[in-house]
Write a protein that binds this ligand. Structure first.
Ligand code: NAI
Ligand code: MG
Length: 499
């Protein structure tokens, strides 16, 4: 009865609404002390002889050691992939290829709890998100591309689709397994083989995925997984045996890769940063919009390339929106990623936390007004309180640069033209949100926004059938949908249409 109190003669009522801890069991995950590289169907020791620890960012505790692949290791992985491509994988029937993809999808579903816990342990994201978003979507990507494997001729009629060869794929730490799925599924469906490099802070779900590949009896060498930092990624980009590079990460590294590949004939797709506008018109359903704003920027601690990090509010509703938003922020629960009630988990790394802190300090210095709800943070680990900046000018760094953390910058506008102008005033062009009752306004605004993905009256929704990718400094090429197959195919145009 500690939480209950008697009020005069009425029945007992709770005196507080604190949530009891609801921890997800951690023991479903078995970790090795040390992991090698997954090359040619086996976990092998790195030729480099080097390892580094990977952490649980919510406790700053090491979880395991992983290999730091060097040049020789990258060479071996690429050779294994080339071998697998030439000796079997590119020739087996497309329906047979589909079978492996379906198997992988089903195994991911069967082992989804294990993967969700591992993803939250190694990356810091709330278990609610890894369980309800990352895992279902990862499986869905494999199911979706499994369906295309034997239908490529229909997907690209009269164009004789052929696989490219060996795909080098470099992924970031914000959605480790999901980015793996986005890259591996279309590559295999199109008949390529893969060398994948996960991010240095979140390698564990990719290494567990190697076990899924074994379970699915995927032929050795079709997918190889090499861990390491940026230097491993750079070796993979340079490697002459690679026919295509797919990269998701920072604009800075994306530009360096593009320079490196200029003139080599290797294919390239880049999915880089963003600074998306989430635009709220005065006729929008405000409570729904506030939920969309929160989901847009605090989902996955704001470690989201398409995050709605610039809120554009029509001036006439500025006050009620900010009031409701602050109220909602006070109810967000920040803490243990493995607690099922947690809304905002740990920041992925010390490096990312430092970057967030630096940009937030710049916002305060430049004159923006900061709001952070009262919040007790755990003592150890990397944490940042959900933050809103008002009084933000377009020239401030917090309105220009990608923060990649739980930090929202609020700007206002009066007319639809002004909203479009401000939304497009960024070097990026990945995503945007529009909130209004009027269907016609949604269409007219969406046409004028220079962004690859535009959500209307919702935000951060993903589906494997829908292409995703950016304009300008957000990169080029599309992942997902039919479009996502194209970068993995040689499409011969010589056979003329209707001939
Ligand atoms: P990053 O771009 O350095 O890392 C992403 C991946 O690229 C990792 O696997 C990394 O090992 C690899 N990499 C690093 N340098 C490389 C190189 N020279 N050649 C080939 N591969 C290389 O991103 P980082 O440093 O982790 O984050 C910095 C910022 O980048 C973040 O604060 C955020 O703004 C942005 N970012 C954007 C992402 C997105 O989804 N578009 C994902 C991750 C970061
Ligand atoms: Mg970096």
């Amino acid at each position: 009865m500690t939480d209950l109190e008697r009020r005069q003669d009425r029945s007992p009522v709770p005196s507080g609404w604190d949530y009891a801890p609801a921890p997800e069991a951690r023991d479903i995950v078995t970790l090795e002390e040390r992991y090698g590289l997954y090359v040619g169907g086996d976990l092998v020791e790195p030729r480099s002889g080097e390892y580094f620890p990977t952490l649980d960012p919510s406790r700053e505790e090491p979880l395991a050691e992983v290999a730091q692949a060097g040049k020789e290791d990258v060479d071996l992985a690429v050779r294994a992939a080339r071998d697998a491509f030439e000796n079997g994988w590119s020739d087996i029937s497309p329906a047979e290829r589909a079978k492996y993809l379906f198997r992988i999808a089903r195994i991911l579903q069967e082992r989804s709890r294990e993967f969700a816990v591992l993803e939250s342990l190694n990356g810091g994201k709330p278990i609610r998100e890894s369980r309800d978003v990352d895992l279902p979507l990862s499986a869905a990507h494999f199911f979706y591309y499994a369906g295309w494997a034997d239908k490529l001729e229909y997907a690209f009629p009269h164009r004789r689709p052929k696989p490219i060869g060996v795909a080098g794929q470099i992924i970031p730490w914000n959605f480790p397994l999901l980015m793996l799925a986005w890259k591996v599924a279309p590559a295999l469906a199109a008949g390529n083989t893969v060398v994948l490099k996960p991010a240095e802070t979140t390698p564990l779900s990719a290494l567990l995925f190697a076990d899924v590949l074994r379970q699915a009896e995927l032929p050795p060498g079709v997918v190889n997984i090499i861990t390491g930092d940026g230097s491993t990624g750079a070796e993979l980009v340079k490697n002459e045996g690679v026919d295509k590079i797919a990269f998701t990460g920072s604009t800075e590294v994306g530009k360096a890769i593009q320079r490196e590949l200029a003139g080599t004939g290797k294919k390239l797709t880049l999915e880089l940063g963003g600074k998306a506008a989430n635009i709220i018109f005065d006729d929008a359903a405000l409570d729904q919009a506030v939920e969309g704003i929160v989901n847009g920027i605090y989902f996955n601690q704001g470690h989201v390339c398409c995050a709605g990090s610039r809120l554009l509010v029509q001036e006439s509703i500025y006050e009620p929106v900010i009031e409701k938003l602050k109220q909602r922020l006070r109810t967000l629960r920040v803490g243990d990623p493995l607690d099922k009630n947690t809304d905002v988990g740990a920041i992925n790394s010390k490096q990312q936390l430092d970057k967030i802190k630096e940009l937030v300090a710049s916002g305060e210095e430049e004159g923006a007004e900061i709001y952070q709800p009262p919040c007790r943070l755990p003592e150890k680990g990397y944490w940042f309180v959900p933050t809103v900046f008002t009084n933000v000018a377009q020239s401030y760094r917090i309105a220009q640069e990608e923060i990649f953390g739980p930090v929202l910058s609020v700007l206002t506008f009066r007319t639809p033209d002004e909203a479009v102008e401000k939304a497009n005033n960024t070097p990026y062009g990945l995503s945007a949100g529009v909130w209004t009752e009027k269907g016609s306004r949604i269409l007219s605004i969406a046409q004028r926004l220079r962004a690859g993905v535009i959500w209307a009256n919702t935000y951060n929704r993903f589906d494997p059938t829908s292409p995703f990718g950016g304009y300008k400094e957000s990169g080029f090429g599309r992942e997902g949908g039919l479009h996502g197959l194209e970068p993995y195919l040689e499409l011969d145009d010589s056979e003329t249409r209707g001939g």
